[in-house]
Write a protein that binds this ligand. Structure first.
Ligand code: FES
Length: 166
């Protein structure tokens, strides 16, 4: 059942994507749920990227970058930490599990850490119901929080919130 989920992983080129590349060269399999997106730095990942991915089909999003203090653009990953925390608060406000958005850090020389992060995200998302969307009808999970009263599916609410924040 977990295999029909999709996780979008925004990976910085310098460390996370390099670690992913090395793990692929070593033929280490990743969960089929994961789609990698190459970013120059996690500092370029905006809340709009994360929320749009969730609104348009992903069940989870992860940001993977350099170790804190080792961003090649100095403070990019600190900005990413703040943005992931912001998105987690938004998710919670509309009754969506905050863990659908997570941040991970690693060096380019730590492919196993990248693989472990992806598997951790896959494990967490596989344990959740699919993210409700418009047209899901009766399959919607019960919701709690401020967004529950609006009538829109959480994914669309999130995209609206992201556009308002942009
Ligand atoms: Fe990797 Fe900034 S270059 S997080």
């Amino acid at each position: 059942m977990g295999d029909d989920r999709t996780i979008v992983a925004f990976c910085c080129r310098e460390c996370a994507y390099a670690a992913a590349d090395a793990s692929a060269n070593a033929r280490t399999p990743l969960p089929p749920t994961v789609r990698l997106v190459l970013m120059p730095c996690t500092g370029r990942v905006s809340p709009l990227h994360l929320l749009s991915a969730l609104a348009e089909g992903a069940d989870g999003v992860m940001v993977a970058g350099c170790l804190l203090g080792q961003c090649h653009y100095r403070e990019g990953n600190f900005n990413a930490v703040d943005r992931v925390a912001f998105v987690q608060r938004l998710l919670k406000s509309v009754g969506v599990e905050p863990d659908r958005c997570r941040m991970f850090t690693m060096s380019a020389g730590e492919p196993p850490k990248f693989v472990a992060a992806v598997h951790e995200m896959d494990r967490v998302i596989s344990g959740m119901p699919p993210l409700p969307r418009s047209g899901d009808g009766e399959s919607r999970a019960p919701r709690h929080g401020a967004g529950a009263a609006s009538g829109a599916a959480p994914a669309e609410e999130l995209l609206g919130a992201a556009r308002g924040a942009a």
